[in-house]
Every structure is written in C-alpha cells, then in structure tokens.
Design a protein. Sequence first.
Length: 101
Amino acid sequence: MARVESLKGHLLIADAGLYDPNFRKTVVLMAEHNEEGALGVVLNQRSGLTLGEAVPALASLLGEDTELFIGGPVLPDAVVVVADLGDIERCGVERPTDPFL
C-alpha cells in the first residue's frame, strides 16, 4: 500500500467541473489527513445563522453576530469550530503547537 502524503493544513478548491452538490464551488480546509482517513471543513458555504442563534454558549468568545458557515456534508449534526481566537487562554485551553489544530 502506498503511503498517503498528508494534505493536513492545505486548502482544497473545487474544480469548476465538479458538480457534486456537496462540494460544488467549495473551499475545504483539511484539518486531518492520514492513512486512517480525513477531516475537512468547507469554509465558504454560508448558513444564514449567527453564533448567538445556533450556539449561544460560544457567543461570548466570538460575538453574538458572528456568521456561521455550513462545514461539510459528511456529519451534518456534528459541530467543528474553526476560529481565530486572539486570546486562546480565555477559552481555558493551552495554545496548541500545531497551527492546524
């Protein structure tokens, strides 16, 4: 079996000829990619919801009016957060050493 070159941290941009409605005209950030599988988040599909409407508990971190995007078709009931938290210690977690975590 050939070794998979990881796409973790890369952006995948849908080709104009890709007509699958789940990925048409999308930009995907690859959060993980290895021999066991992959996790990517669609970055450019607006949900029409704000953080305050969808996840009020996180609104104090990023602002109630923060726009949410639909992240991908595979696990539609799951939540993955991609955010730029200037003061990550405010969230009660340590700063990761991997910039793509």
